[in-house]
Write a protein that binds this ligand. Structure first.
Ligand code: GLC
Length: 439
């Protein structure tokens, strides 16, 4: 047995150190197909859940309050999310029209929300709950037909072997240098577990790269790690929330709290690549559960965010922070339901579309499927709307909701749509039938 292990580790190490670095990454056929499906999905739900939910002050509380790692770890002994029910979570999320779920398997606090043999600090071995919530969630996702993505933190405020970065300096770990080789192997072992024990995984969503940005010589050895993931599951997409343009080996580009091309939160501003895009945003103001934050965005605001993301050819990954008792917050469930009702009617103008041929404007955005152009009017105090449509000729314009023909005038540089009244809907959708190019 021991020998076997040694051989397996040697094989793993050699397979990790050999590939990728000097080669150019060529995504596999499965991966390309998966990218396409990812783009078509347009809407996912992010779940930030960990021990931090018990302190109810967000997922950064450990470092923000300089909580000692040994004291913090004691939370595990009292973690018993008695109302956790994967079927209820997945049903509530499916009702929103979301096509995938991204779950935090291990956040910066270092606690594994799945059964890991590489760290006892995990939900099965360290809590009285003893249930592998990830397993239950993965099985339910399979059953209800929704994809599962896994968030995985590169940085760790708990482990002694993680070399200190910019955050987590006050958690009492004594070994500033850490032991990188050990930590790197640990992460790869856990990633192997995640990609072996939980069925098909749609994406691995990394976060925390930025923790070492003041340490220019730090090498995260990403190419080898990415190669391992693609070897284990070729269709699994890799995204990394490093706030830069994508690195070699990544399959999607992530934006945090801003639509591609915008930078209100100060974490974006990077160029937009040709990879599928995803932007993540909170429903209230925090990723992890925060008891005092009831400041939920309105359903209208959330729908606008989704539509604007689609207009920029990006997916929206909208976050919920589950409670320590295992329930999703009530307001979040209500929002999910309402977004779902909207998508049931209007999903055709979102799913499977690409950013439309008219760039986003203050009044709204466009999405497109072949020669069908969907004009999403989100904010217009007028009955006339100019659309710069020089390239393609408009054959017909009608309201998406009730297919009522709309008049429009050809004007220099485009057309002016003539609406019956000033739009008051959350999203007034006008469909334009364009002449197919080349015909
Ligand atoms: C940030 C935060 C993290 C959160 C993530 C989600 O990187 O560090 O807490 O998980 O954003 O986008």
């Amino acid at each position: 047995m021991k020998k076997h292990h040694l051989l397996a580790s040697l094989l793993l190490i050699s397979s990790l150190t050999l590939p990728a670095r000097s080669q150019n990454y060529t995504p596999s056929e499965e991966n390309i197909k998966s990218r396409q499906e990812f783009r078509d999905a347009r809407f996912g739900i992010f779940l930030h859940w960990g021990l931090y939910s018990m302190l109810a002050t967000g997922e950064w509380t450990m470092t923000n309050n300089d909580l000692n790692y040994k004291e913090y770890a004691k939370l595990a002994g009292g973690f018993y999310p008695s109302k956790f029910n994967a079927a209820e979570w997945v049903s509530a999320i499916k009702a929103s029209g979301a096509k995938y779920i991204c779950f935090t398997t291990r956040h910066h606090e270092g606690f594994s929300m799945f059964h890991s043999q590489y760290s006892e600090y995990n939900i099965v071995d360290a809590t009285p709950f003893k249930r592998d919530v990830l397993k239950e969630l993965a099985e339910e996702c399979q059953k209800q037909g929704i994809r599962l993505h896994l968030y995985y933190s590169h940085l760790d405020w708990y482990r002694e072997d993680y070399p200190w970065g910019r955050t987590g300096r006050g958690t009492g770990r004594s070994n500033e240098k850490g032991n990188w080789n050990n930590y790197y192997q640990f992460m790869n072992n856990q990633l192997t577990e995640l990609l072996t024990n939980y069925g098909p995984i749609g994406a691995i969503w990394f976060d925390g790269w930025w923790d070492q940005d003041q340490n220019p010589n730090f090498d995260w050895q990403l190419p080898e790690q990415y190669a391992l993931i693609h070897k284990l599951q070729p269709a699994c997409l890799i995204g990394n929330n490093h706030h830069s343009e994508p690195f070699e080996g990544e399959d999607i580009q992530i934006f945090e709290r801003d639509l591609p091309g915008e930078n209100k939160a100060g974490l974006s501003g990077q160029d937009i690549s040709k990879l599928p895009l995803e932007t993540c945003e909170t429903m209230n103001g925090m990723w992890g559960y925060k008891i005092t934050d009831q400041n939920y965005k309105s359903t209208k605001t959330l729908i606008h965010y989704l539509v604007k993301a689609a207009g920029k050819d990006a997916n929206l990954l909208m976050n919920i922070g589950p409670q320590p008792d295992g329930c999703l917050p009530e307001v979040a469930i209500k929002r999910l339901k309402e977004i779902g009702l909207w998508l049931k009617k209007n999903g055709e103008t979102i799913y499977g579309t690409r950013g439309g041929c008219i760039a986003p404007h203050d009044w709204g955005v466009t999405t497109q499927k072949d020669n069908r152009l969907f004009v999403h009017i989100l904010n217009l105090q007028d009955k006339a709307l100019f659309l710069p449509l020089e390239e393609s000729k408009v054959k017909r314009a009608f309201t998406f909701e009730d297919k009522k023909t709309l008049n429009f005038k050809r004007v220099p540089g485009g057309i002016t749509l003539l609406l019956d009244e000033i739009p008051t809907e959350t999203d007034k959708i006008i469909e334009l039938e364009l002449e197919r190019s080349g015909k």
